[in-house]
Design a protein around this ligand. Structure first.
Ligand code: PHE
Length: 448
């Protein structure tokens, strides 16, 4: 047990913004449109929204409550709340997921950093979408450059985590998140009014249930976890920096809805543009790095908007990456008594190394595949579709059946905080959410 007193959020709004900062990131702007593209549009979006309510929001309340109660990291939480049982292994799964996710997350965030400079120097001016694609392939296919960007992004993440979560991030999120939102709205409007974009809007909103197989369902579940930062202890760790009095269910709903709104806006920006420019919606991870530059080019001051957009995307990625690294650091701090700086530097460097295969996976290692997936796609698939749903399932079962919903409700309602739907939530945590998760997880993995 570390000797340092536990840090706490400075203000309610700081907590909400930092947690929303964790949720809003590449998952909304890069991963959601990609997943929608690969899974056939409207029906996937609908299922995603249903799962946000059935699984996402209840689990966010679960994680915040466990963290605030224990005042510990993700492994320590299970140890304190159920000592002498093997439940702590759930926390180990969470720390492992943090390593894997951040390793490829940082690679993609590195591409975003590189794009800032491409826009600043006008590299995309007056080129066709196919030429943008070629530039993307050249960037990500290079063995060295993307590694440098990946390293720079990890260094930034470590830098913020070393100085503690509370101050810088709270203030930054407060200013930059609204700017990102405004910019996204402007972009969505531009994209939806491009010629030929209407098809894309329809495709996004019209559910074609024939496309909805078990693999798509697992993809939607994985997206809910990834986007809301659930199932690996990031939200739990942020909950552990709450002192008291915060309205947990209210904050959870607010954070989840912000996250969904930003994901939808991103999809409404990217998909219509894909249709308008006659690109392929099923290209997978490169999607936003090819379509967005094409949208920017079609507008006045495109380079300015482009640079601004990728600056904000990088910052959104940074506030998420911080929460991933914080899961690891909090563990070293609480359980092993390490210093924050040492934990952040060591954790960050190992994650950088772990990310190398992902960084090389669009270049010299593109032939190295497992189950037909490159290192990057595999890390993404395994963490989002297996580790996070599994961790989430264990966590709700822990609260619902081992620790108990009565204790949880008492913790949530401390200081007379109202929670009118407490009974409904308890039912969802014990029955509905675990059954839905187990069903999708088992059937999705059974049928690859
Ligand atoms: N939610 C973040 C995003 O959407 C990613 C993330 C996943 C962060 C898991 C923390 C934990 O970009």
């Amino acid at each position: 047990m570390g000797g340092q007193p536990r840090e706490h959020w400075q203000s309610k709004i700081g907590f909400v913004l930092a947690t929303a900062g964790s949720a809003v990131g590449l998952g909304n702007i890069w991963r959601f449109p990609t997943a929608v593209g690969l899974n056939g549009g409207g029906a996937f979006v609908l299922l995603y929204l249903v799962l946000i309510f059935l699984v996402g929001i209840p689990l966010m309340i679960v994680e915040l409550t466990l963290g605030r109660r224990s005042q510990r990291n993700v492994i320590g939480t299970f140890k304190v709340l159920k000592p002498g049982t093997p439940w702590w292994a759930t926390g180990v799964l969470g720390v492992a997921a943090a390593f894997v996710i951040l390793s490829f997350y940082s690679v993609i965030a590195g591409w975003s950093l590189a794009y800032i400079f491409k826009f600043v120097f006008g590299r995309f001016a007056d080129v066709a979408p196919s030429a943008i694609q070629a530039q993307f392939d050249a960037l990500t296919g290079d063995p060295v450059m993307p590694l440098l960007w990946h390293g720079l992004f990890m260094a930034l993440t470590v830098g913020v985590v070393v100085s503690g979560v509370a101050k810088g991030i709270e203030r930054w999120s407060r200013i930059l998140m609204p700017v990102l939102l405004v910019l996204l709205i402007v972009l969505a409007l531009r994209s939806m009014t491009l010629e030929g974009a209407r098809e894309g809007v329809f495709w996004l909103l019209r559910p074609d249930f024939a496309r909805l197989d078990v693999a798509a369902a697992l993809g939607a579940l994985g997206q809910v976890f990834f986007s809301l930062s659930l199932g690996m202890g990031a939200i739990l760790t942020y909950g552990s920096y709450l002192s008291r009095g915060e309205n947990i269910p209210g904050s959870a709903v607010y954070i989840a809805l912000t996250d969904v709104a930003i994901a939808m806006l991103a999809a409404l920006t990217i998909i219509p543009a894909v249709f308008a420019f006659g690109l392929d919606v099923e290209v997978g991870p490169p999607l936003i790095f090819i379509t967005l530059p094409a949208v920017f080019q079609s507008m006045p001051l495109g380079n300015l908007f482009g640079s601004l957009f990728f600056i904000l995307l990088s910052i959104a990625a940074l506030t998420s990456a911080i929460s991933l690294l914080e899961v690891v650091v909090a563990y070293f701090l609480d359980e092993l008594g390490w210093k924050r700086a040492a934990a952040a530097v060591l954790g960050g460097s190992s994650i950088f190394l772990l990310g190398i295969p992902a960084s090389l996976s669009r270049g010299i290692w593109s032939g190295v595949r497992l189950f037909g997936l490159t290192a990057l796609d595999l890390a993404d698939y395994v963490s989002s579709n297996i580790l996070l749903p599994l961790g989430g399932l264990l966590t709700v079962v822990f609260l619902g059946w081992a620790w108990g919903t009565q204790r949880a409700l008492r913790e949530i309602r401390r200081d007379d905080t109202p929670f009118v739907l407490g009974g409904v939530w308890a039912f969802m945590v014990r029955w509905l959410a675990p059954l839905v998760m187990a069903y999708i997880l088992i059937s999705g993995l059974w049928n690859p």
